[in-house]
Ligand binder design. Structure first.
Ligand code: NAD
Length: 515
């Protein structure tokens, strides 16, 4: 593949402006206050300036969101709220290419993955519209005659959504579509790396609101870095703070939200592994692992970072994976090119982290079997294209236990199933996991309470690429939150337990007598 031509930054800026305009963002505000920039990892260059918010303007956004919540949105019937999300889904279908182009320009995702991310938004819209008629509460038998015991789910208030750079649109939609049908209003602080995709999503949602007659105040976007996010963290009118990002970010925000008795939904880093049993179908192992480990240039929270292989097949599996990675080396480059499989890292920070991790792994006795080199440096010195790396490790050392947000796959070997599970669970994070095996009992043991300790546990597929229908999230340092499908909506609502006495007598519970 010819990787010689990277796109020109001016062409990318033009492409971004066109996509923004089509999504309803006609004019970018010139930065007068907090000056921010939109940048592209494809060339590492600045596209154009964008005005960022300040903690004061973020506070004003919370005020407006709170007003809309109390005066209009919480009392709008849920199926009517669903119409807004239904319209958003239609607009996303219409503007799939526009949003995907912005995701590629700002986050560097290859085009098919960017389209997949927008498809995920469409899917969650469909899910949330159905949900708008299914916010079920239970009715329980009362122990008292003439009484009814039930629960009702009510809107929570303002939801603050803080998102990471690597899923700049899907994670917003998981939160926002569900929050909106639940009757909440939203203030979104996207990553400062991806302000344009955020403006485009907001533009489409505002158009949807106008089309269905919903109040514009249901959604606000505030651009900026940590200090703007902190304004949401510290504001006690933000009933739920849903924050996606690194473990360090979660550790900073969780105590602050807890101190004001707010709710937190945390989706933090992963250090995902696949166990490869001797009975595994090795073709599945290679295909599943290579996509999970090298897709999105290793910048997914669910990226496969550790391959734990039985000693009988470890040589064969390693050889096959290394062969596949050798082919990937020629497919690193411009993510708009259909032939490209590995786009750029989003920033120099990811590249430095990758170099450091590889040196530490080597110091721990690891052997870099393929990849690790930088590409296209001569063409774009501020862009960070890398060859995905496979490293054979003698043990699960400290560097392997950390999440390095770059495409490094560590290969470890095991002898007994118990040893595999111990290695698998022996990291601080607990997001996604899988086992490749043809042995049904072994698969069940991995899925059982004594198996994987992760929030996502798969059999015979890789660790990444979850569907929206299930609850998404992880345990331990990953933060314990659940988003997207299943009953994740409950995090966005408050539950009231109601006892109704229709009997005319007043029997007390537990047989208590009084007066
Ligand atoms: P990051 O932690 O640097 O930033 C994430 C977001 O948090 C950004 O919007 C940032 O501005 C904000 N932020 C950072 N510190 C803050 C603070 N103290 N107060 C308020 N806001 C703050 O993460 P990143 O580099 O953008 O993304 C990569 C990380 O995100 C990886 O660790 C990855 O695993 C994780 N991630 C997790 C999930 C998940 O669902 N579990 C999904 C995507 C990404």
């Amino acid at each position: 593949m010819d990787t010689a031509a990277l796109p020109d930054t001016r062409d990318l800026a033009e492409r971004a402006r066109t996509a923004l305009a089509r999504c309803g963002v006609e004019r970018l505000r010139e930065p007068v206050g907090a000056a921010g920039v939109a940048r592209t990892p494809l060339t590492g260059q600045i596209l154009f300036p964008v005005e960022f918010d300040t903690p004061a303007s973020a506070e004003r956004a919370v005020t407006a969101a709170r007003d809309t919540f109390t005066t209009a949105w919480r009392d709008t019937p849920a199926p009517v709220r669903g119409r807004l999300v239904h319209r958003l889904g239609e607009l996303l279908r219409e503007h799939k290419e526009d949003l995907a182009a912005l995701v590629t320009v700002e986050a560097g995702k290859i085009h098919s993955e960017a389209l997949g991310e927008v498809q995920e938004m469409i899917d969650i819209c469909d899910f949330a519209v159905g949900l708008s008629r299914q916010l079920y509460g239970r009715t329980m038998p009362s122990e008292r005659p003439g009484h009814r015991l039930m629960e009702t789910w009510h809107p929570l208030g303002v939801v603050g959504v803080i998102t990471a750079f690597n899923f700049p649109v899907a994670v917003w939609s998981w939160n926002t579509c569900v929050a909106l049908v639940c009757g909440d209003t939203v203030v979104w602080k996207p990553s400062d790396t991806t302000p344009l995709t955020a403006l485009a999503c907001h533009g489409l949602l505002m158009r949807a609101a106008a089309d269905v007659g919903a109040p514009a105040g249901v959604h606000h976007v505030v651009l900026g870095g940590r200090e703007v996010g902190e304004a949401l963290v510290e504001d006690d009118r933000v009933a739920l703070l849903s924050a996606t990002g690194s473990v360090a970010m979660g550790q900073a925000v969780a105590p602050k939200v807890a101190a004001r008795m707010g709710r937190c939904l945390l989706e933090l880093g992963g250090n995902n592994a696949a166990v490869v049993a001797p009975s595994a179908d090795l073709d599945l192992v290679v295909r599943g692992s290579v996509f999970s480990a090298a897709g999105t240039a290793g910048q997914r929270c669910t990226t496969l970072r550790r391959l734990i292989v039985h000693e009988d097949v470890v040589e064969e599996v390693t050889d096959k994976v290394v062969d596949a990675y050798k082919q990937l080396r020629d497919r690193v480059g411009d993510p708009f090119d259909e032939e490209t499989l590995v786009g750029p890292l989003v920033s120099e920070r990811g590249y430095t982290a990758m170099r450091d991790a590889l040196s530490r792994a080597e110091a721990d006795g690891g052997e870099v079997l393929v990849g690790g080199g930088r590409r296209l440096e001569d063409e774009a010195e501020d862009a960070y294209y890398v060859e995905p790396a496979v490293v054979r490790m003698p043990a699960q050392s400290e560097v392997v236990r950390e999440e390095t947000f770059a495409p490094i796959l560590y290969v470890l070997s095991y002898r007994t199933f118990e040893e595999a599970v111990e290695l698998h669970n022996g990291v601080p994070q607990g997001l996604s996991s899988s086992i490749f095996t043809q042995d049904q009992a072994e698969a069940e043991r991995f899925l059982s309470a004594a198996g994987s300790d992760c929030g996502i546990v798969n059999v015979n597929i890789g660790t990444s690429g979850a569907e929206i229908g299930g609850a998404f999230g992880g345990e331990k340092d990953t933060g314990g939150g659940r988003e997207s499908g299943s009953d994740s909506w409950k995090a966005y609502m408050r539950r009231a337990t109601n006892t109704v006495n229709y009997g005319g007598e007043l029997p007390l519970a537990q047989g208590v007598r009084f007066l």
